[in-house]
Write a protein that binds this ligand. Structure first.
Ligand SMILES: N[C@@H](CCC(=O)N[C@@H](CS)C(=O)NCC(=O)O)C(=O)O
Length: 213
């Protein structure tokens, strides 16, 4: 088994691979890089990931960035758990989720909410970008809620899609959405996933509240 390190920021999308690493039960070193404190903008971190983003995974010194790629690398350490889907269709579905969650929900919608400067230098435009980001989050969450009719996003066991969805649930609470009132399926899903010891341990390590509802 390789030497595994995960660079994370508390409550960031890195919570998803953090949960997955606990799920496979393989030893790893969690390395705290709090974005709020600008810890991802140090020379050392930028050398590690010039994109200045979390999560970062290292396997025997081989650095992997981008959440879907990191999830795949973790899943390959314990293929019997099928964290990237069990059947060929299931694998396509997990990738379908991860691509949308990462590109549209995270990069586009939350990017607009939290980092409007990524979209326009003109500060006068930022409130409109933030408002559009919030609307996109709400539209995406309505779609997520309609899809999450069972305990897992794909198949009959936990996958990387579930781990990422849980993080996004917490972010919805964080930006003041009425998650419980507006998204009943998503809420049931998040509460169910939060029962997993792998997630509880990641939450405790990151120093987060158990379920921010
Ligand atoms: N496409 C990247 C996005 C990663 C990302 O944006 N991570 C956030 C934390 S959730 C980050 O590092 N933000 C710091 C910043 O934007 O300065 C991925 O999927 O891993």
């Amino acid at each position: 088994m390789p030497l595994v390190k995960l660079w994370y920021s508390p409550g960031a999308c890195s919570l998803a691979p953090h949960m997955l690493l606990n799920e496979i039960g393989h030893d790893f070193e969690p390395i705290r890089v709090p974005i709020r404190e600008g810890a991802h903008l140090t020379e050392d971190f930028i050398r590690l990931n010039p994109k200045k983003r979390l999560p970062v995974l290292a396997l025997d010194g081989e650095v992997i960035t981008e959440l879907p790629a990191i999830a795949l690398a973790i899943s390959q350490l314990a293929p019997q758990l099928h964290l990237m889907g069990k059947t060929p269709l299931g694998q396509a579905r997990v990738l379908e989720w991860l691509n949308w969650l990462s590109g549209t929900v995270h990069g586009q919608a939350y990017g607009g909410v939290w980092r409007p400067q990524r979209f326009a230098d003109d500060e006068a435009l930022h409130p409109a970008i933030t408002a559009k980001g919030r609307q996109t989050v709400a539209d995406c969450y309505a779609m997520i809620d309609a899809k999450l009719i069972g305990p897992y996003a794909v198949g009959d066991g936990p996958t990387a899609a579930d781990a990422f969805l849980y993080v996004l649930y917490r972010w919805g609470v964080g930006i003041g959405l009425d998650m419980r009132g507006a998204y009943a399926n998503f809420t049931r899903f998040a509460e169910n996933l939060a029962q997993r010891p792998s997630l509880q341990r990641a939450i405790a390590t990151e120093g987060l509240a158990p379920l921010a509802v």
